[in-house]
Design a binder for this molecule. Structure first.
Ligand code: ATP
Ligand code: MG
Length: 564
């Protein structure tokens, strides 16, 4: 279940565009658009569409990509969403320049187009109730029936439509419908509704309108108004394409755009529908749209994902016409790869266990040299303080070590990264028998990797100096859902399928002193632990880290297994 398309030089959409350029179909122009509805925050699925549309535009000298808000439903749309969408597209690395549009800017033109349809006898005002309309519509196997209002005169339709606009009728009293074919096997062509009455203020047009165009009508016309050449959308619109073309054809709009559908991105262990994401936010099941567990771009950003990693992921999955589920470990693979290259290594202890080096003088501090990134020498080195009292990771010590245990146990030796070999001489327990402190000795001759003759110490562990380290909180994230496909069980309430351990918060963690004051968004590799990013919840006195990802790359394992 990798859901990854085999690497091809060009995908089928780019092939269509190349052919259109060859035949000069659009006079050499390549104009795409990304058309979000501002009713939620963007998610990783939108990133696929953004990378595709803006990416294609970038590949052509006469290419451009518009950002268009499809804001035709005033009941669900908000300015907050508009702003977050613009910030997210820019963060991903794309720019629309002067080509920012809103479908609501076209309300007047759309209205005129609707009037034109009425004049041509191709639209009518219908008084059927919603229930009746559903009944008249027929089914996949039965043709629909014509509305009794279908044969109203042009004059009567013009009059009623104008009165709908002027606010004479209540919500739902009437609609404007295209007059196409009630027997069409394609239900979308059975006289679809194109305008509805909604006495509702709009975030941009205020109270100016009380009728609003439907998506299927507004979309092809907006595309045509803007001179879009290739209108790329997801597969669920395939059955709407005949309607898309019908409007363009009947209204005789010049340079009709071509709609092309591709498969939407689905990812394992998460949900992608905006309705479900909104529900998680509204019910407080996550801390907000930018909760680091969310598949939203703002969540991934807060978690510590880089735009480069997301773009690499989108490149890799490609585009195809078949729906599939992509393994989330592929996304995780790309963030690891990116952070492995650019994140400085530091030492932090998540579950501290106190170590006292008894033969190290009380007040002495040694500044030891540590490498910032072995993958990139240009990132240099830094000094970390070593002193008598240290912290190591609780689980780097075992009271009864298993075979081949190379880390610490009573009487055993281990190397402290960038420092010395130490031996554990004594274990201190509290009243309940819990190990609370280790008494150790260090060997001054073993600094920085020196291995005196005959010494066989295999384990290397990380540590921090107790007095110098900075206190921090660390938030460990796991998949939001344990199931691969939480949408699979249609009966279950998906919120009941949430992973109870999707967030584990550790307090009292200790990081090396260089991290004090690190800015939110800074990313590090905590040696042996994973990649971490400073959360905006950090305050002067306490750092908060989000675990971006553990070090173990499960995608590499999957790939290896596939090749085997
Ligand atoms: P909803 O979740 O309410 O169905 P939507 O996800 O389609 O809405 P839009 O704001 O209409 O949200 O999406 C903007 C664009 O992003 C559309 O062109 C849509 O096809 C595309 N898109 C949305 N979800 C995905 C996805 N999972 N994969 C690829 N493209 C997507
Ligand atoms: Mg949509």
């Amino acid at each position: 279940m990798s859901g990854v398309e085999s690497t091809r030089p060009v995908d089928f959409i780019r092939a269509i565009i190349a052919e259109d350029l060859r035949t000069n179909k659009h006079g050499g122009r390549v104009v795409t658009r990304f058309p979000p509805e501002p009713n939620g925050y963007l998610h990783i699925g939108h990133a696929k569409s953004i990378c595709l549309n803006f990416g294609i535009a970038r590949e052509h000298s006469q290419g451009r990509c518009h950002l268009r808000f499809d804001d035709t439903n005033p009941t669900k749309e908000e300015v907050e969403y508009v702003e977050s969408i613009m910030a997210d597209v820019r963060w991903l690395g794309f720019e629309w320049g002067e080509h920012l549009y809103y479908a609501s800017d076209y309300y007047e033109r759309l209205y005129e187009c609707a009037v034109e349809l009425i004049r041509r006898g191709r639209a009518f005002v219908c008084d059927l109730t919603q229930d009746q309309m559903r009944e008249y519509r027929g089914t996949l196997t039965e043709p629909g029936r014509e509305s009794p209002y279908r044969n109203r005169s042009v004059e009567e339709n013009l009059d009623l439509f104008q009165r709908m606009r002027s606010g004479e009728f209540p919500d739902g009293a009437r609609v404007l419908r295209a007059r196409i074919d009630m027997t069409s096997p394609n239900l979308n062509l059975r006289d679809p509704v194109i305008y509805r009455i909604l006495h509702q203020a709009h975030h941009r047009t205020g109270d100016k309108w009380c009728i609003y165009p439907m998506y299927d009508f507004a979309h092809p016309l907006s595309d045509a108004f803007e001179g879009i050449t290739h209108s790329i959308c997801t597969l669920e619109f395939e059955d709407h394409r005949p309607l898309y073309d019908w409007f363009l054809d009947v209204l005789k709009l010049p340079n009709p755009p071509q709609q092309i559908e591709f498969a939407r991105l689905n990812l394992t262990h998460t949900v992608m529908s905006k309705r479900k994401l909104l529900q998680l936010v509204q019910q407080g099941l996550v801390s907000g749209w930018d909760d680091p567990r969310m598949p939203t771009l703002s969540g991934l950003r807060r978690r510590g994902y880089t735009p480069e990693a997301i773009r690499s992921f989108c490149d890799r999955i490609g585009v195809a016409k078949r729906d599939s589920m992509v393994d989330v470990s592929l996304l995780e693979h790309y963030i690891r790869e990116d952070l492995n290259r650019q994140a400085p290594r530091v030492m932090a202890v998540l579950r501290p266990l106190k170590v006292v080096i008894e033969n190290f003088p009380e007040n002495r501090v040694e500044e030891l040299e540590a490498v910032n990134n072995p993958e990139d020498v240009a990132m240099g080195t830094r000094k970390v303080p070593f002193s008598r009292v240290l912290y190591i990771e609780e689980d780097d010590f075992r009271e009864s070590p298993p075979k081949k245990w190379h880390r610490l146990s009573e009487g055993a030796e281990v190397r402290l990264r960038y420092a010395y070999i130490i031996r554990c001489d004594q274990v201190i327990r509290d009243g309940s028998g819990r190990v609370v402190e280790l008494r150790c000795t260090y060997d001054p001759a073993t600094l920085g990797g020196a291995q005196p003759e005959g010494r066989r110490v295999k384990g290397v562990i990380h540590w921090v100096s107790a007095a110098h380290s900075v206190e921090s909180e660390v938030r460990l994230y796991n998949h939001l859902f344990l199931m691969e496909d939480p949408g699979e069980d249609r009966e279950a309430d998906f919120t009941e399928l949430l992973n109870p351990d999707s967030l584990v918060t550790l307090t009292g963690c200790r990081a090396e002193p260089g991290l004090a004051g690190a800015a939110p968004g800074s990313r590090y590799q905590f040696e042996r632990q994973g990649y971490f990013c400073v959360d905006p919840d950090s305050t002067g006195g306490k750092l908060v880290f989000n675990r971006v990802m553990t070090l173990r790359d499960s995608w590499a394992k999957i790939e290896k297994a596939q090749q085997a």
